[in-house]
Design a protein around this ligand. Structure first.
Ligand code: HEM
Ligand code: NAG
Ligand code: NAG
Ligand code: NAG
Length: 394
């Protein structure tokens, strides 16, 4: 047969097959733009402005819509109501983690961030319990963060106020916090071992690909060395870049809004003074600073689509039926930039978290750590680091 004919025939078979697979799986999935065979909705999404694309889709199809990345359907939840209804009201069913084939192979379903089912439940419980125990030991986690804040300030002083890129220094501090929890020890910022660690973490993929993680362990055994290694890797992976990037943006925003900085410094002078280090107890008397940090996290929208979830069983959601295993994307961005809850959401304004008397105003829409059963396991630690590092430096 003519090779061209063979090519055309096999291509059309592929097309038909993918169309069939898409339509058979589609049944009662939420509506969405019509996918093309094989490539799905890729061409309909502006990759340079995914959040705006999602907003546009939600206007056309409602707050719960389906997109195809390739042939795989992904259900997107847009806006507070849909995100809350899924992650809180149906917390159990929406607590799965979306599969990433590359990660799947390397991690063998171990650890916290990318594990599922009972493995995830046990590992998350175990890690939180262990972290809590370490924090309640002789030297609390707060002591460690306070100590690290002093080293951070010292390191910044060494620059003599000259121009510098603080990326490295602001990465060291959150890394040392995890080190002091995991290894019971912090490192000097020039320590060769520490520098090696930081470099390795930067090349995350290399770590994930290390032979240690590919060891085939019997899936039944959970409390194995391999699992412990993945958990520790998870803590480093999830706990450093996120915190240091938030710190970096916080300083950028403070530089751009000197009147905000002045108010925060006034509050620090008033509550903490100049003769001791800030501690967590101070926060309740510092509504403006608290609001500023919330506003930084809201404004920078660090993980606009969180980390993909998956549904753990077939579930009826609103009027749809979402089959077990379907990837779920929660648009945290759409919640953090809700214009009713936060008027002028594109403006950086700590007033978004203050009432008219200047008291701190809590908001259910504050979800940079996501919400529900699968939300950030390090939220408490992250918020402590942000508060202590920022106030100590200021
Ligand atoms: C500003 C800093 C941080 C932000 C904005 C942040 C945000 C997030 C978000 C959005 C998720 C996904 C939640 C979901 O799937 O619903 C997550 C997961 C996670 N984070 Fe964080 N995080 C931060 C710092 C940390 C720190 C310091 C740690 C470590 C001690 C940490 C540990 C984790 C872990 C273990 C998970 C996976 C939870 C699970 O799958 O059950 N994070 N984080
Ligand atoms: C969203 O919709 C507006 C108005 O219809 C359009 O101008 C804009 O290009 C769209 N943006 C994206 C990223 O799809
Ligand atoms: C800062 O000043 C000290 C003493 O004046 C000097 O030894 C040091 O090299 C300076 N550091 C930088 C980064 O300029
Ligand atoms: C892993 O080891 C188990 C037994 O210990 C074996 O049954 C299984 O086939 C192995 N899996 C791989 C991918 O080698």
């Amino acid at each position: 047969m003519d090779p061209v004919v063979v090519l055309v025939l096999s291509l059309s078979c592929l097309l038909l097959l993918s169309l069939w697979r898409q339509s058979s799986g589609r049944g009662k999935l939420p509506p969405g733009p019509t996918p093309l065979p094989i490539i799905g909705n890729f061409l309909q999404i502006d990759v340079k402005n995914i959040q705006q694309s999602f907003t546009n889709f939600s206007k056309a199809y409602g707050p719960v819509f389906t997109l195809y990345f390739g042939t795989q359907p992904t259900v997107v939840l847009h806006g507070y109501e849909a995100v809350k209804e899924a992650l809180i009201d149906h917390g159990e069913e929406f607590s799965g983690r979306g599969r990433l084939p590359a990660v799947d192979k390397l991690l063998n379903g171990l650890g916290i961030v990318f594990s599922n089912g009972n493995m995830w439940k046990d590992m998350r419980r175990f890690s939180l319990m262990t972290l809590r125990n370490l924090g309640m030991g002789k030297r609390t986690i707060e002591d460690r963060v306070q100590e690290e804040a002093q080293y951070l300030v010292e390191e910044l002083r060494k620059t003599n106020g000259s121009l510098c890129d603080p990326t490295f220094i602001l990465g060291c501090a959150p890394c040392n916090v995890i080190c002091s929890i995991v290894f019971q020890n912090r490192f000097d910022y020039k320590d060769q071992e520490f520098l090696n660690l930081m470099e390795k973490l930067d090349e995350n993929t290399k770590i994930l690909g290390s032979p240690w993680l590919q060891v085939n362990c019997s899936q039944q055994l959970k409390y194995t060395i391999e699992n412990l290694i993945v958990i520790v890797t998870d803590l480093f992976g999830a706990g450093i870049e996120s915190t240091s990037t938030t710190l970096r943006y916080a300083f950028l925003l403070l530089l751009k809004h000197p009147h905000v900085t002045a108010k925060v410094q006034e509050e620090i002078d008033h509550v903490v003074g100049r003769h001791r280090s800030p501690c967590m107890q101070d926060r309740s008397q510092m509504p403006y600073t608290d609001a500023m940090i919330h506003e930084v996290q809201r404004f920078i929208d660090l993980l606009p689509n969180s980390i993909p979830h998956a549904v753990t069983c077939d579930i009826k959601f609103r009027n749809y039926l979402i089959p077990k295993g379907t990837t779920i994307v929660t648009s945290l961005s759409s919640v953090l930039h809700d214009s009713k809850e936060f008027p002028n959401p594109e403006v950086f304004d700590p007033g978004h978290f203050l009432d008219k008397n200047g008291n701190f105003k809590k908001s259910d829409y504050f979800m940079p750590f996501s919400t529900g059963k699968r939300s950030c396991a390090g939220e408490g630690l992250a918020r402590m680091e942000l508060f202590l590092f920022l106030t100590t430096i200021l």
